[in-house]
Design a protein around this ligand. Sequence first.
Ligand SMILES: [Zn+2]
Length: 217
Amino acid sequence: MSQEICPLCSEPAGPFYEITRKTGGFRSFSHCPSCSFVFQDRLPEEEEERERYELHRNNPEDKGYINWLESFVKSAVLPWYESGQILDYGSGPRPVLTELLSARGYSVSSYDPYFAPSWPEEGPFSLILLCEVLEHINDPVSDFRRLYDAADEGAVLSVMTQFLPSNSRDDFKGWWYKEDPTHIRFFTPLSLKILGEKSGWELISENKKSLAVFRKE
Ligand SMILES: [Zn+2]
């Protein structure tokens, strides 16, 4: 097996875990000992990815989903928002978070490479939200740099993604979050800190589980 280079810190990474499906699907993951990042080696085809996103749960009639989004707003938006334009980055097939925040009177723009691909004219942004998005992004350093350029001085970047349970293969094996074939990037607080350092964002808060908050330095 060829050695992979960590897409986050550019150090050598080693083989970590493989999944072979009876139906023919194969996925392999590498682990970077320098920054503890885990990443899928081969990326999903664009078509496969789009189809899977269309199945993603984001129906505004789904009460459970709305409750979950409300809790995201409570922890990832309200404590960090003062004023200015918000960007919902990776807003998905139906921008439910954008709609929910707009209904509350916030000025929100959305962007999604598949479903809202023109970059919003509003901005610079004072708060950028990645709600269950970072785990899908092929080159997170490049996206974070792009967001840095689109952000106001002192802007906040609020990210929700499930953190790796540990560095152990056994824990990864039993981890539900990797089962979605479009989830290809998995972080720890250390890898999030390094992602920030590579792109100009300072990690200012994380809850050891699923929420990380960065500020533009
Ligand atoms: Zn690394």
